[in-house]
Design a protein around this ligand. Structure first.
Ligand code: NDP
Ligand code: ZN
Length: 462
C-alpha cells in the first residue's frame, strides 16, 4: 500500500459534495445548521422536481437564490464549490503522481492539467467549476489507470461525458488517433472545444519552451502543423484563446483564415465561480516552483506539489475550512525561496492575507529537524490558520510515511520524523479538534503518547 492508496481511500470514503448543499456552515449552532441543511435539501429537491432537470442555468440559479434561501444558500454553495474544486485537484494530482511530462526537466504531469485550467480561468476568463474540473481531469482516463466509470461515479455525468469526449482511444494506432482529433474537432461540444483549445495552447507553449528528449526539430514542426489543423476545427468558440493561438501560430508561419470569434456558450450552464480564480492560480504557481522537487527529498516519492494540494484537501475535507485565502496559503506554504519567490511576490499576487499566512509558515532552514525546531519555537505566536495548515501538512506527511519508505531514509530518520512531528503537534494542541483527532490516531499507531483533546474553540478569523 502506498500514499496514493491512502489518499485514495479517503477519496473513496468521502464522495465529492454536491455543489449546492453541504454541511459547511460554521459559526452557528448545530440545531440551526441542521435546520438550514434540512430547508436547503427540501427546497433544492422540490426545485429539481419542478424543473425536472438536474442542472440549473445561471439565470435560474439567480432567481432561485433570490426567492429561496438567498444569501445563505449561496454561502453554503460557495463553500461546496471550493471543496469540490480541491477534491478534484487532489484526485487528479494523485492519479498522475507517477507520470512526467516529456520536457527535458521531466516536469510532474499534473502541472499540465493545472496549467490548462489556469489558461481557462486567466486567459479565457472562465471560472466555471465544471469546466475547470474538466480541465483538471482531461488526461486522467487517457493517461492513467483511472477508468471513465470512476470519473462518472465521483464527478457525475456532465464531467464524465466531457472527459470521455477529450479522451483518445488508445487502442488505435497513433497516427489514426491524430487524424481522428482533426476530424472530431469540428463536431465537439463547446465545453470539449474549450478544454481542447487550452490543452493545445499549453502543449504548444511547452514544446516551444523546450524540445523533448529524443525529438527532432522536424517532429516538433510536425506537431505544430498537426495542432494547427486541430485548432482550425475548434475555432468559433472563444476569441481570447483563439487570439492566443493565432499569436503562437503566427510565429511559426501558420496563419488561420478565420477571425477569432466567441461561440454560443450561453446555452451551457456555466455559472462563474470567481472564488476559484485564486485557487487555480495558487495551484499553478506552486506546481511551477516545485517542479523539480519530490516529497521527502526522495526520488521514489510523489512530486512535491502533491503535498500542498493534499494539505488543501485535508483542510476542506477534514477541518471543514473553505476560506479561499487559507486554501491559497496552504498550497503556497512552501514556495517562498523556491525559484526566487518572495513573500512580497505572494502578497502582490494573492493579497495581504495570503502573504501574511505564507510569511508565518516560512522557515529559512532546509533541514527537517531545524524546520521542526523553528516551528516549535514560534508555535505559540502562530495564527489559528497557520497552525491549521501545519497540522494538515503533518497529517499528510505522516499518513504517507506510515505506508511509504522514502529512498535514502533510514529507520531512524522515519522514527525521528514522527517524534518531531509529535512534539510539534503537542505545541499546537487545542487548535482544531478533528485534525488533532486524526493526529492522535497516527501517534497511537506509532506507539507515541497522545496529548489530551481539549480544543473546542470556534475558528478565529485571520
Ligand atoms: P506525441 O503525441 O508523441 O506527443 C505529444 C503529446 O505529448 C502532446 O499532445 C501532449 O499530450 C504530450 N506531452 C507531454 N509532454 C509534453 C511537452 N513537454 N510538450 C508538449 N506535449 C507534451 O507527439 P507527436 O505528435 O510527435 O507523435 C505522434 C506522431 O508522431 C505519431 O504519428 C508518430 O508515429 C509520429 N512520430 C514521429 C517522429 C518524428 O521524428 N517525426 C518520431 C516518433 C513518432 P497531452 O496533452 O495528452 O499531455
Ligand atoms: Zn492534455
Amino acid at each position: 500500500m502506498d500514499g496514493y492508496i491512502v489518499i485514495n481511500k479517503l477519496i473513496k470514503d468521502s464522495k465529492p459534495p454536491h455543489p449546492i448543499f453541504l454541511p459547511g456552515v460554521k459559526n452557528v449552532s448545530p440545531i440551526i445548521r441542521a435546520l438550514y441543511s434540512m430547508i436547503s435539501v427540501i427546497t433544492i429537491k422540490s426545485h429539481k422536481w419542478f424543473m425536472q432537470d438536474k442542472r440549473m442555468t445561471e439565470t435560474e440559479e439567480k432567481a432561485y437564490e433570490k426567492f429561496t434561501l438567498g444569501y445563505f444558500v449561496k454561502e453554503v454553495k460557495n463553500e461546496a464549490i471550493q471543496k469540490n474544486f480541491i477534491w478534484c485537484l487532489n484526485f487528479a494530482a494523485e492519479a498522475h503522481k507517477d507520470q512526467k511530462r516529456k520536457d527535458i526537466e521531466c516536469t510532474p504531469y499534473i502541472n499540465h492539467p493545472i496549467g490548462v485550467a489556469y489558461i481557462i480561468s486567466e486567459e479565457a476568463g472562465i471560472t466555471s467549476l465544471d469546466l475547470l474540473r474538466g480541465c483538471l481531469l482531461h488526461d486522467t482516463v487517457e493517461d492513467t489507470s483511472v477508468v471513465i466509470d470512476v470519473i462518472r461515479a465521483r464527478f457525475g455525468d456532465y464531467i464524465a461525458n466531457l472527459v470521455e469526449e477529450v479522451t483518445d482511444d488508445k487502442s488505435l494506432p497513433k497516427q489514426k488517433r491524430k487524424d481522428l482529433q482533426v476530424i472530431h474537432a469540428r463536431t465537439s461540444s463547446p465545453q470539449a472545444k474549450m478544454v481542447k483549445l487550452a490543452d493545445k495552447l499549453y502543449n504548444l507553449r511547452d514544446l516551444d519552451r523546450s524540445l523533448p528528449k529524443g525529438w527532432t526539430e522536424e517532429r516538433r514542426r510536425e506537431y505544430y502543423e498537426w495542432a494547427f489543423q486541430v485548432c482550425e476545427g475548434l475555432r468559433g468558440i472563444n476569441s481570447k484563446l483563439e487570439e492566443a493561438l493565432d499569436e503562437f501560430f503566427k510565429t511559426k508561419g501558420l496563419i488561420s483564415v478565420r477571425e477569432p470569434t466567441d461561440g454560443p456558450l450561453e446555452d451551457i450552464p456555466w455559472p462563474e465561480h470567481e472564488e476559484l480564480k485564486p485557487l487555480i492560480a495558487a495551484a499553478n504557481l506552486a506546481a511551477k516552483v516545485h517542479r523539480r522537487r519530490f516529497l521527502f527529498n526522495a526520488s521514489n516519492s510523489v512530486p512535491y506539489i502533491n503535498h500542498p494540494i493534499s494539505i488543501a484537501f485535508i483542510i476542506t475535507e477534514e477541518a471543514e475550512i473553505y476560506d479561499t485565502s487559507v486554501l491559497c496559503a496552504a498550497m503556497l506554504c512552501d514556495v517562498v525561496g523556491e525559484d526566487n519567490t518572495t513573500v512580497e511576490d505572494i502578497q502582490e499576487m494573492f493579497g495581504r492575507q495570503v502573504g501574511t499566512l505564507v510569511a508565518e509558515l516560512f522557515t529559512h532552514s532546509s533541514s527537517t529537524e531545524d524546520k521542526f525546531k523553528i516551528q516549535m519555537n514560534k508555535a505559540h505566536s502562530l495564527s489559528y490558520h497557520a497552525k491549521v495548515i501545519i497540522l494538515a501538512g503533518m497529517i499528510d506527511n505522516c499518513r504517507r510515511l506510515e505506508v511509504f519508505e522514502p529512498q535514502g531514509w533510514s529507520q531512524q530518520m522515519r522514527e525521528n520524523y514522527f517524534k518531531w512531528a509529535f512534539q510539534l503537534s503537542t505545541a499546537l494542541a487545542n487548535t482544531h479538534p478533528q485534525l488533532e483527532l486524526e493526529l492522535n490516531n497516527i501517534w497511537i499507531g506509532q506507539g507515541l503518547k497522545t496529548f489530551p483533546m481539549q480544543s473546542k474553540e470556534e475558528p478565529q478569523c485571520i
